[in-house]
Design a protein around this ligand. Structure first.
Ligand code: NDP
Ligand code: MG
Length: 385
């Protein structure tokens, strides 16, 4: 029986992780759950999974939640704020911490869990994008194991197995998102609701928009750089609209291994929980007689320049990756609020990166300082438009 803590249990990954646990109750127990403010969903989760700890980051929602649950006979400890998140992240009884908060908000609790030597199931890619070097160095020091949940990185992790020293290239697949066939002109007028219609995956809003700009793939290139300790020139991206091949690894002898399956995040989530074992899966199986074609295209960085921005940031240095991420979080939020157009996301991120001179990053505090700067400049660029 493994005790699982879910940071961000009310989101897309969090709720799918609870579905995995629901279907495997004799293997997994829930130790802690956290939300930013979604106390309605959290309430049902607490009654169903009876965790030892829950955290509501928003203080007013925390107070509301305490009232909501006061007549229930539960022993769950209820905490709030960032301190609460960290307490959940380092909770002694937890065996696995699923890091599935969205954005850089997930960084500190994930870092604390790594520092404590926990096993991390990592969905929150922004942690690796902004602090990959610090996190991987700390993991070595504390003996923390990081198991990727992001479908591409789970695929690569599985393909590599114990053969890291023979890897010559990583090939990340990308669906291409909802705008794969749109012209540059058409991209200027796409709406928020168009961007939120992902062809293959049902995910949180931020990552869905990132998938539409291909920034998501850019963030994944940086995530792969740190997870697998490989330089960016050995990481390729290929558009594969069917999302059947989740990624591939090429070895020095020219052999390529790929991991295939239907696009369902519960597969990599469950694998991160059962690793190094595999257990019976309750998801649909691939039926090759129904798959007519597997297609591949080179990504078009003229229509989707965010992918190139990410490669450039990785070349430029660690602080540029923090800036890329922070500016992107602001720009995606502005787009979701209807305040900027889809193609403005790129201009804001590129504009902030242009003003940044790479600096050395030594600590999580340094990361957060650069992140704050990037956000401030992103808002300035928006206000000046
Ligand atoms: P969602 O937006 O669906 O969920 C995010 C979760 O984080 C929610 O529980 C949310 O709480 C919580 N949260 C948001 N902001 C804060 C904050 N400031 N402090 C604390 N908690 C917060 O995101 P996803 O589940 O889609 O994505 C989570 C992470 O996993 C992302 O990093 C994403 O890139 C990655 N990922 C997601 C995939 C997917 O299929 N969804 C696939 C691969 C990776 P509340 O409900 O209160 O807002
Ligand atoms: Mg992915």
């Amino acid at each position: 029986m493994k005790n699982i803590t879910i940071l961000g249990s009310t989101g897309s990954i969090g709720t799918q992780a609870l579905d995995v646990i629901r279907k495997n109750r004799k293997d997994f127990n829930v130790s802690a759950l956290t939300t930013n403010s979604n106390i309605k969903i959290l309430y049902d989760q607490v009654l169903e999974f009876n965790p030892d700890i829950v955290v509501i980051v928003d203080y007013n929602k925390y107070k509301e939640f305490k009232t909501m649950i006061s007549n229930k006979d539960i022993k769950t400890q209820i905490l709030f704020g960032e301190e609460g998140l960290i307490e959940a992240a380092i909770y002694d009884k937890a065996d696995i911490i699923l890091s599935s908060i969205v954005g850089i908000a997930g960084l500190k609790p994930t870092f604390e869990a790594v520092k404590k030597g926990k096993t991390i199931a990592l969905a929150n890619k922004e942690t690796m994008v902004t602090a990959g070097r610090i996190i991987t160095e700390m993991a070595k020091e504390s003996n923390s194991t990081i198991i990727p949940v992001d479908s591409e990185h789970s695929a690569i992790f599985q393909c590599i197995g114990k053969e890291r020293k023979y890897v010559s290239r990583i090939i990340l697949t990308a669906s291409g998102g909802p705008f794969r066939n749109k012209t540059l002109q058409e991209l200027k007028s796409v709406t928020v609701s168009d961007a939120l219609k992902h062809p293959n995956w049902n995910m949180g809003k931020k990552i869905t928009v990132d998938s539409a700009t291909l920034m998501n793939k850019g963030l994944e290139v940086i995530e792969a750089r740190w997870l697998f300790d490989i330089e960016s020139e050995y990481i390729d991206v290929i558009i594969h609209p069917e999302s059947i091949i989740h990624s591939m690894v090429e070895f020095i002898d020219g052999v390529i291994l790929a991991q295939l399956g239907i696009p369902d995040m519960r597969i990599p989530i469950k694998y991160s929980f059962t690793y190094p074992e595999r257990t019976l899966g309750y998801v649909a199986r691939l039926d090759f007689s129904k798959i007519k074609n597997l297609n591949f295209e080179t990504p078009d960085v003229v229509r989707f320049p965010c992918l190139k921005l990410a490669y450039d940031a990785l070349k430029s240095g660690d602080s540029s990756c923090i800036v890329l991420n922070g500016a992107n979080e602001v720009a995606v939020n502005l787009f979701l609020q209807g305040k900027i157009g889809f193609t403005d996301i790129y201009y804001i991120v590129a504009g902030v990166l242009e003003k940044h001179i790479n600096v050395e990053i030594k600590s999580i505090e340094d990361v957060l300082e650069i992140d704050n700067w990037a956000r401030k400049i992103a808002y300035e660029l928006y206000n000046k438009r």
